[in-house]
Design a protein. Structure first.
Length: 117
């Protein structure tokens, strides 16, 4: 599967952005979808994951209550709605897809989110 992330940009503190991750094939019931991020000078960190059928989601504590993952199965696209953004959310955001039953992670190219104070 190939993943194309988009939607990043510059936003002020408290603002919102919606990231998109378009997959080259159907992901519903086939892949666990996730988002990771990497801030300048820091290690890549987990943000959120959604189970293959969307029935279960897991968020990092740092984004819980502010970020929300969703999917449009007809478009093979997953979204990350980010609200109440903080400067510490500044990072390159990557979407991932992990085939069920494997440990393989497919990565998109990343989209930059910059939150100004």
């Amino acid at each position: 599967v190939q993943l194309q992330a988009s939607g990043g940009g510059l936003v002020q503190t408290g603002g919102s952005l919606r990231l998109s991750c378009a997959a080259s094939e159907r992901t519903y019931n086939r892949y666990v979808i996730g988002w990771f991020r990497q801030a300048p000078g820091k290690e890549r960190e987990f943000v959120v994951a959604m189970s293959r059928n969307g029935g279960s989601t897991t968020y990092a504590n740092s984004v819980k209550g502010r970020f929300s993952i969703s999917r449009d199965n007809a478009k093979n696209t997953v979204y990350l709605q980010m609200n109440s953004l903080k400067p510490e959310d500044t990072a390159v955001y990557y979407c991932t897809a992990q085939p069920i039953g494997t440990t393989t992670q497919h990565w998109g190219q990343g989209t930059l989110v910059t939150v100004s104070s």
